[in-house]
Ligand binder design. Structure first.
Ligand SMILES: CC(=O)SCCNC(=O)CCNC(=O)[C@H](O)C(C)(C)COP(=O)(O)OP(=O)(O)OC[C@H]1O[C@@H](n2cnc3c(N)ncnc32)[C@H](O)[C@@H]1OP(=O)(O)O
Ligand SMILES: O=C(O)CCC(=O)C(=O)O
Ligand SMILES: [Zn+2]
Length: 469
């Protein structure tokens, strides 16, 4: 495992690619009329929703749909602590809790105070921080745990018990009659303390539907604040999630939370679908950490819901903090942010192929559904490779303040490709080539198509550089 990472910044960003939006000063040049840094459509070049209506875009019109009306129950400090690499000392827990609170999640779920004496003390300490987020703790459906939980100062208690035949037989060994009785007792007890209570069935998607609906109906009638569905083994697909949540929505009046494991890579899609079907609360953890491969990742869920309704997501959460939070947690559990992570993966906003680069430079909406600037991040266009095109090179020529005709730029592009067929060219390599090409043209030492003359100029340039070093 590696220890440190820097999500959101391509590793060689200074080497072989250019940040679109770099200042003229830094690039030692000016912006021409078709400058790559000033796409034509609006401030950031993204078209407005009205301008480009997509018939397949998410619809919020369905009366059950909560895609633009949900709350996040952030469980890094509970489910996340179940991640194989996790050990959070008090200081780290507090740092994570504060960061998530600043980000704007509505709830923080903490490890059961019954787990250990330090867990109980940490739970109390986080309750005393006076955060905006409501603090929940997560317990077994048992009075012993409930008694400890309500003394910690939490705003609510999340109660869970397995209902699938697997867990009834091999975990707690209790039948539905016992489970229902225990649920009623624990819920009434927590309610009597004047705090929120949620009841959840573990392994819901491998439980009997009649059992599930029956127990949810019972706890709803006695005034539980929320019921929870859990895809504990990550076996559910979006259609199954939609059907179960929608069915439950017709049976209970209280809020519906969903907890989704990512064993088959479905956790984000399933969370989205659950909201479409009427779920109100989604469990997340930073980077998805949790048991095995974990649960719905906070960043991935935010990306998905931002794509559906950017204004709503921007109004709720401090999106510029996402990278910092992921780095904080990644460091705490000694993992890297994955290269392909939504939003913060180091290539999340890097465009490479010439066809993409041209369109992106004209209007970023062509190949981007998320605006990097909304997350405090930067878009990059990679140039020094064999898939480059003259439009990307032209944008660099303009950023460098060089004056070349289109024919000359195409000629220089051919040279970049030739060199990049041998090895990827760093940004410095590209810049040197363009400067040498430009001065060759200016001095009359070079004309379009004079390959050998260009090779000679480049060799002279390299020799001069070596001598200077
Ligand atoms: C799917 C999930 O992630 S659920 C949340 C998981 N979280 C945790 O496990 C929190 C950390 N856990 C712990 O610290 C410990 O497991 C404790 C303190 C909860 C219990 O520890 P122990 O008493 O030593 O029991 P152990 O962990 O070996 O077994 C779990 C016990 O809880 C019972 N149990 C399991 N799930 C539940 C439940 N949802 N409700 C009530 N009892 C349960 C089991 O039957 C078993 O009881 P037993 O002592 O009669 O055998
Ligand atoms: O309490 C819940 O809803 C979920 C518990 C859990 O972590 C799981 O079932 O995977
Ligand atoms: Zn879980």
């Amino acid at each position: 495992m590696c220890s440190h990472q820097t999500g959101g910044v391509p590793p060689d960003s200074s080497q072989d690619m250019v940040a679109v939006g770099d200042t003229p000063n830094r690039l030692n040049g000016h912006h021409g009329p078709n400058s790559a840094t000033h796409p034509p459509n609006g401030a950031n070049g993204h078209s407005s929703a009205k301008e480009r209506r997509n018939p397949y875009a998410p619809r919020a019109s369905d009366f059950l749909n909560n895609v633009s009306n949900f709350k996040i129950i952030e469980s890094t400090l509970r489910e996340g602590e179940q991640f194989a690499n996790a050990f959070f000392d008090t200081e780290t827990k507090i740092a994570i809790a504060k960061a998530l609170d600043k980000f704007g999640v509505e709830y923080l779920e903490l490890t059961s105070p019954a787990a250990s004496e330090q867990s109980r003390r940490d739970c109390e300490a986080i309750c005393k921080l006076g955060l905006n987020a409501k603090i929940l703790t997560h317990i077994r459906c048992h009075m012993d745990d409930a008694r400890i939980a309500v003394e910690t100062g939490v705003d609510g208690v999340d109660v869970v018990i397995g209902t699938s035949s697997f867990l009834r037989e091999f975990s707690h060994g209790k039948d539905m009659t016992y489970i229902t009785k225990a649920a009623i007792e624990v819920i009434n007890f927590v309610k009597s303390k004047g705090i929120e209570v949620r009841f959840s069935t573990e392994d819901s998607f491998r439980s009997d539907l009649v059992d599930l609906l029956s127990i949810y109906q019972t706890v709803d009638k006695i005034g539980v604040d929320r019921v929870g569905i859990a895809d504990t083994v990550g076996c559910a697909n979006p259609r199954q999630v939609y059907e179960l949540v929608r069915t439950l929505r017709g049976v209970v009046a209280c809020d519906i939370e969903i907890h989704l494991h990512n064993d088959t890579g479905m956790a984000i899609a399933n969370a989205y679908t659950a909201l479409e079907a009427g779920a109100t609360h989604i469990d997340t953890s930073v980077l998805g950490i949790g048991e095995r491969v974990g649960i719905t990742p906070l960043g991935g869920l935010v990306a998905c819901l931002y794509a559906a309704n950017p204004d709503y997501v921007k109004s709720k959460y401090n999106l510029g903090m996402l990278r910092e939070i992921e780095n904080l947690v990644a460091e705490a559990v000694e993992v890297n942010v994955p290269f392909s992570n939504p939003i913060t993966g180091y290539v999340a906003f890097t465009h490479k192929a010439g066809i993409h680069a041209k369109a992106i430079l004209n209007n970023p909406s062509t190949y981007e559904i998320l605006k990097p600037e909304d997350f405090g991040l930067t878009r990059y266009v990679s140039i020094g490779h064999r898939l480059t095109g003259w439009n990307a090179v032209k944008s660099r020529v303009e950023q460098l303040g060089l004056e070349l005709t289109d024919a000359e730029i195409k000629d220089a592009t051919a040279k970049i490709k030739e060199l990049a067929d041998v090895r990827t060219q760093s940004m410095d390599d590209v810049d040197s080539l363009l400067r040498v090409y430009h001065s060759g043209i200016q001095s009359g030492a070079l004309e379009v198509g004079q390959k050998e003359a260009l090779d000679r100029l480049l060799q002279e340039h390299r020799a001069a550089q070596l001598a200077a070093e």
